[in-house]
Design a protein around this ligand. Structure first.
Ligand code: MN
Ligand code: MN
Length: 473
């Protein structure tokens, strides 16, 4: 027989409420949120690629006392360590007071973003102009990448073992790069095509020059001039591009949106808007109760493959090393597996925010809204939840309890209506090791566009949510 609740609730208390935090937050909170946003924008502007995010995070971590895990024979409470994953992913940990076997608290985010990569043989000349050929990376609407200022970021690895870093387009006096589109006067045939057809992948060729080399008898004088420039300035020859990792990214810097500066537009919010709160939450840990870990992964936008993606054992190796080095270098596989099974993780990733202009793709009762706080997403996937990690109900309850105790505003929702589409994150790859995982991050407008928008409130409360999770779960 059901027992009758003795404490009488007011009817209002029976309803779930997810208020807009610009309505609810006090003046001081809004000021803290605005200040946090300034630091985020500055970090984002120097971290457009995964390599840049790793490099700058290691620099910031080193200042906070983190050292390469290789330099430590054993680990004790309060130690701070990191391991670079091929320069494109990063693991960080602050060792806790309780043994690793009792489980670790993990924040996992990805640091790659949709972009255009150079093809292995990218440079060509056509009708007195010179171009880079590209191959897009991740899910993009190709037409969005034309007629916007682009920058070139990346590294070239030469056969004599040198790494040459390139970053062109970010300084005010740098040139930018550009993909042309057709003028509307001649665009009637193009405009009658479907949006996923009128700019094809092979159309995403980037203008890189238009002055010929004049003092030689070279058939491709425009290309020759660019090759000469690349050799004179970087020591590069054409074949070096085969061993290059060059990314074409939007040149735009992170900027406030709106008269009231409620929002931030930037390239690569997905998923640096979750990676940044994750690292700043970790940086505040000195001697946590449980060992706290931050995993920053690569290749999420293309399926988390390769040795730098979340499916790589290199991330596991780091966690194995945490166990081995806190247990005086003894390692036991079953002990490790049980430690991971006792672990808890927030898969810190963005999701869509309800956009009233495109309301038809969302269920308004199961959508996240801008400025309503961090989005807890119990599952993602598509076509009947296919491919998702679905968080266990008891784990969701444990998290919402922590959020309630720490006054963290949160909301929930799905990625669009049933059968409207869908997506994936790194959560399933981590959950298969036995740990509890839930997707949990910042809602985004225009997700995967070259210039995405988030709310400063959601950024700030996501940081506080991640902090309260690793400190209390
Ligand atoms: Mn993402
Ligand atoms: Mn994405």
């Amino acid at each position: 027989m059901a027992t009758k609740k003795t404490k009488k609730n007011s009817v209002k208390e029976l309803f779930a409420e997810f208020p807009n935090m610009y309505e609810k937050a006090g003046k001081d909170e809004v000021a803290d949120c605005m200040e946090y946003a300034e630091d985020y924008k500055a970090f984002l502007d120097i971290c457009k690629t995964e390599r840049e995010f790793v490099k700058n995070t290691i620099e910031a971590a080193t200042e906070k006392g983190f050292v390469d895990i290789e330099s430590k024979e054993t680990l004790k409470a309060g130690d701070k360590v990191y391991a670079s994953i091929k320069g494109k992913g990063l693991c960080l940990a602050v060792i806790g007071k309780t043994p690793v076997t009792e489980g670790i608290n993990i924040l996992g985010a990805h640091i790659d973003s949709p972009r255009l990569d150079l093809k292995p043989n990218p440079i060509y000349e056509d009708k007195e102009a010179c171009y880079f050929k590209t191959h897009y990376y991740g899910g993009i609407k190709k037409y969005q990448w034309t007629t916007i200022p682009l920058a070139i970021h990346g590294s070239v690895f030469t056969k004599d073992g040198k790494q040459i870093d390139l970053c062109v387009g970010e300084n005010d006096d740098d040139p930018i790069f550009y993909i042309t589109d057709l003028l509307p006067h001649l665009g009637s045939e193009q405009m009658s095509k479907k949006a996923n057809e009128f700019i094809s992948g092979e159309d995403l060729n980037v203008v890189i020059g238009g002055i010929p080399l004049t003092d030689i008898e070279e058939k491709e004088a425009y290309k020759a001039n660019i090759l000469q420039y690349l050799f004179d300035n970087y020591g590069l020859v054409e074949k070096d591009f085969v061993s290059a990792e060059i990314e074409i990214v939007p040149q735009m810097k992170a900027r406030d949106v709106g008269f009231d500066r409620a929002f931030i537009a930037a390239y690569g919010h997905d998923d640096k808007v979750c990676a940044y709160p994750a690292i700043t939450a970790l940086f505040e840990q000195e001697r946590p109760n449980k060992t706290c870990v931050c995993l920053l992964t690569d290749k999420e936008e293309i399926g988390s493959y390769a040795n730098s993606g979340a499916q790589s054992v290199l991330y596991e190796n780091f966690m194995m090393e945490l166990l081995a080095k806190t247990e005086n270098s003894s390692f036991d596989l079953l002990k490790y597996r049980k430690a991971i099974a006792n672990s808890k993780m927030l898969s810190a990733d963005v999701s869509n925010a309800f956009d009233p202009k495109y309301a038809s793709v969302s269920d308004s009762r199961n959508s996240a809204y801008m400025s309503h706080g961090i989005k807890l997403e119990k599952y993602v996937g598509s076509r009947g939840k296919s491919g998702t990690n679905e968080a266990n109900g008891d784990f969701v309850a444990a998290i919402t309890k922590i959020f309630a105790e720490n006054s963290i505003p949160w909301q929930t929702g799905e990625l669009g209506k049933v059968d409207a589409g869908g997506g994936g994150t790194i959560s399933a790859y981590m959950a298969k090791h036995g740990m509890d995982v839930i997707d949990c991050g910042v809602p985004v407008w225009s997700m995967h566009a070259p210039y995405e928008v988030i709310s400063k409130m959601d950024l700030y409360y996501t940081y506080l949510a991640y902090k309260s999770f690793i400190e209390n779960i």
